[in-house]
Design a protein around this ligand. Structure first.
Ligand code: AMP
Ligand code: MG
Length: 401
């Protein structure tokens, strides 16, 4: 059994980033930039009005002052207008500032009559003008390699006139659930059988990571069908096998993998839940597009909470690295702990709980089959070996929702 840190290090040393690809920004949400991006344009690109109103020369204005409206400047076409003291130019939001104007008076603050306005407010120089480059300068970095493209990032790229981006490759995944006792949801359950829920879990988790799920299969605890299913699954960049990695007679995955020529780099990790976790790799006879000719294999324990924990601690960072991400960690937040907690075991313990209003409380039964408690949780607290926390202490929790 190796430590959780060693397991994670080994996995992240082994997996490689996939080659980058070009994508339209409309398809790049949650992808990771494969290069740095810099502003081609300042933002705003020219001085413009922040309001519908009148461009004026501030020191020729005062409350009650009458100004002559000499022209109109709409948004979208710079009419290269000029203004002199005592004049006003009708202007609209986003329209370029006329030369000589140094303030905008909102239309709500004037009374218009024919070609004249009367100003009903005090006017300060610079008011309601959006200055060139006040938000962003030309050449400034707008997106760093390895950063995730979020909705606002995509809008920023679009505002720079950029319509496609170079991002990390897409990870193709196969899911293989194993177990004689498992029945597909929607089908009839016989005594002793349970519904198969890990495929649904893993599909959702993979989707959240931005991986493409290419194949989902179930197979019985039988060597021949397991080997065939593994062979089909390993055509993808990663194969996630649920169940069958423990030590019972029906846990056939490790031997089946070895028999097929896979290298098993990790089996059994000091993590609770999730001890039987397995990581290996296998050369592909026909390498999948963009892969290094290798399929990475993650064997997750069948208990749903173990599968969940090991996915987030080991599979997720590997996928993110393959996709070109820089930050591979789950987001962390400080929280006030609701209860005393101690880890007297020999494995790092991930307590599932709810982070709400800055407070973390363990939820439900802390056992690896207890899916309901997990479904009510949104965060982990990791208790290292021998670690204790007292109620009211501030701890860092990892959040997944
Ligand atoms: P295993 O890791 O195969 O020994 O399975 C451990 C426990 O998880 C057993 O109680 C299994 O019934 C359960 N289990 C295994 N696979 C699944 C699955 N795909 N969906 C729900 N429960 C599972
Ligand atoms: Mg099993």
């Amino acid at each position: 059994m190796i430590s959780e840190e060693e397991a994670r290090k080994k996995i992240l040393e082994t997996v490689r980033s996939l080659p980058s690809r070009r994508l339209s920004i409309s398809r790049a949400l949650d992808c990771f930039a494969a290069e740095d991006y810099f502003a081609r344009l300042p933002q705003p690109a020219f001085d413009n009005s922040a309001m519908d109103g009148y461009a004026v020369v501030a020191n020729s204005c005062a409350r009650g002052k009458r100004l002559r409206v000499t022209a109109e400047q709409p948004a979208g076409r710079d009419k290269q207008l000029r203004i002199s003291p005592g004049e006003a130019i009708r202007i609209f939001t986003g329209a370029p500032m006329p030369q000589g104007a140094d303030a905008i008076v909102m239309q709500e603050d004037v009374t218009r009559g024919g070609d004249e306005i009367v100003i009903n407010t005090d006017v300060k120089g610079g008011e309601f003008i959006r200055r060139r480059a006040c938000d962003l300068s030309e050449g400034q970095r707008i997106l760093a390699k390895g950063e995730r493209l979020r909705a606002a990032t995509i809008a920023l790229l679009a505002s720079q006139g950029i319509d496609d981006v170079t991002v990390g490759g897409e990870v193709n995944a196969a899911i293989l659930s194993t177990g004689d006792e498992l029945v597909k949801p929607g089908e009839k359950l016989d005594p002793g059988q349970i519904y198969e829920s890990n495929s649904a879990l893993l599909r959702a988790l993979l989707h959240r990571c931005g991986a493409a799920v290419n194949l989902v299969e179930h197979c019985r605890d039988e060597r021949g069908s397991l080997s065939k299913a593994i062979k089909r699954g390993m055509k993808n960049h990663i194969l996630i096998i649920s169940g069958g990695v423990s030590v019972g007679e029906h846990d056939l995955v490790k031997d089946a993998l070895r028999e097929l020529g896979a290298e098993v780099d990790i089996w059994r990790v000091a993590i609770k839940p999730g001890k039987p976790f397995l990581f290996g790799r296998m050369q592909q006879s026909k390498p999948s597009p963009q892969s290094s000719g290798c399929c990475f294999i993650f064997g997750l324990p069948g208990n749903p909470v173990s599968a969940f924990v090991t996915f987030l601690q080991f599979v997720r960072p590997a996928i993110l690295k393959m996709m070109g991400a820089i930050n591979l960690d789950l987001p962390q937040l400080p929280a006030r702990l609701a209860v005393d907690l101690t880890n007297q075991g020999d494995r790092a313990h991930y307590i599932r709980g709810k982070l709400e209003h800055g407070k973390f409380s363990p939820v439900g039964r802390q056992e690896s089959h207890a899916l309901f408690g997990l479904s009510q949780s949104n965060a982990f607290l990791r208790l290292g070996l021998g670690q204790s926390f007292r109620a009211d202490e501030i701890v860092d929790v990892q959040i997944w929702d």
